[in-house]
Design a protein around this ligand. Structure first.
Ligand code: ATP
Length: 364
């Protein structure tokens, strides 16, 4: 899969942009706040139907403009596809693929596969379980629309169950129905997450060994709020009924995939609590590069890799690992120039100079 062209209209600080990407590495270079990440964000939007930075699509429209448009041309399985997104200031948006309008965001997933890596991703290792669940949900959703749809349904039922628990008179029969539905969706979601964690181990362990020159061993483990032995649906139903009185007291649902997490162990110790900053960075790097391999294994081709300002934060050996690993992957890198990226890139690359919402191609 390759992106051939990106065109933006009234998107963030781009009034009009039309660029051809190179099929290998594309370096967007410029000072701070010039519009480098905005380009990456527009690509990400075409993959997931949302920004990685804001939930408010209105923020993406150029100030004082009424609408914005992103258009990305991709080449996939030797076919051309055009993804077009139109955003309006009232929060409405329309998404079309090859001019056919999509009715659900779920239908966009998997058309353009991307893996994004930014300094913010360190939080996946360091911070709350919600960020680790989000990592799994995004990665699995772009490979499996059924997973995304199950998540949407699960979250709806969870919200309804929460509202019921908070109401003064809880109808236990309705609660039974919610529990049944939650368990049904959760069993599929948990199974796919466990499988993804397995794939992270399979593909991540050799990557991590390479980066740490065999000094460290990484291990990912899914932590489920209900038993993973036997029938998962029954297990969650039992757990929900065991905790029902407590849930009614507290007005929340205390078991289910919205409470799950996964641990990242380096040489046996939990990287969240005991990992050094360097080890935590290596763990995220491993997860991102393992995600690339997982997508390639499942789809037969690499996704697009988006590296947002990550090179300046990494030491020389990790930087070299990244730049060596991206040889067969179409990559979009943003940097300020201090990284001296040209020194490490061995293959072809295309340079774009970004200055205040305009881009000049610096050649290959
Ligand atoms: N809706 C908008 N309309 C117009 N300009 C916007 C809008 N949203 C953001 N900007 C501008 O976009 C610029 C930020 O762009 P971006 O986040 O891509 O920076 P960057 O080049 O990646 O910088 P850094 O290296 O600091 O991350 C800022 O100048 C900001 O004012």
């Amino acid at each position: 899969m390759k992106i051939r062209n990106i065109s933006l209209m009234n998107y963030r600080n781009y009034e009009e942009l039309n660029i051809e990407l190179g099929k290998d590495v594309n370096v967007f270079q410029g000072e701070n706040a010039q519009g480098k990440t905005n380009v990456l964000e527009s690509i990400y939007y075409c993959a997931f139907g949302r920004s990685h930075r804001t939930a408010k699509s209105k923020d993406l429209i150029q100030w004082e403009k009424e609408n914005a448009r992103i258009r990305v041309y991709i080449e996939k399985d030797r076919l051309d596809k055009t993804i077009e997104i139109n955003l309006l200031t009232d929060g409405k948006k329309s998404i079309s693929v090859n001019k056919v309008r999509l009715h659900k965001i779920g239908d966009l997933l998997g058309i353009l596969n991307v893996v994004m890596f930014s300094p913010e991703d360190l939080k996946i290792v360091k911070e709350s379980p919600g960020l680790r669940r989000k990592f799994l949900d995004m990665e699995i959703s772009q490979l499996d629309r059924r997973y995304y749809n199950a998540l949407v349904v699960y979250n709806q039922i969870l919200a309804e169950r929460g509202a019921l628990l908070k109401s003064r008179r809880v109808d236990r029969n309705i609660l039974d129905i919610y529990d049944q539905k939650l368990a049904q969706e959760a069993s599929y979601i948990a199974k796919q997450r466990v499988n993804y964690i397995h794939l992270l181990n399979v593909h991540g362990q050799p990557i991590h060994q390479e980066i740490t020159t065999n000094k460290e061993e990484i291990r990912f483990e899914y932590k489920c709020s209900f038993s993973l032995e036997g029938n998962l649906q029954d297990n969650l139903k039992k757990e929900l009924s065991r905790k029902r009185e407590m849930d009614m007291d507290r007005g929340t649902t205390s078991a289910g995939i919205h409470r799950d997490d996964f641990t990242i162990r380096i040489n046996g110790a939990d990287a969240k609590d005991f990992g050094s900053q360097g080890q935590q960075r290596t763990a995220v790097l491993t997860m991102k590069f393992a995600s690339l391999e997982i997508i390639r294994k499942i789809n037969g081709e690499y996704p697009i890799l988006l590296l947002d300002d990550v090179l300046s934060e990494l030491d020389l050996s990790r930087k070299k690992f990244i730049l060596k690993s991206i040889e067969n992957i179409q990559t979009v890198i943003t940097c300020t120039g201090v990284e001296n990226i040209e020194e490490y890139l061995t293959g072809n690359y295309r340079l774009f100079n970004v200055v205040n919402g305009t881009i000049m191609t610096g050649g290959e």
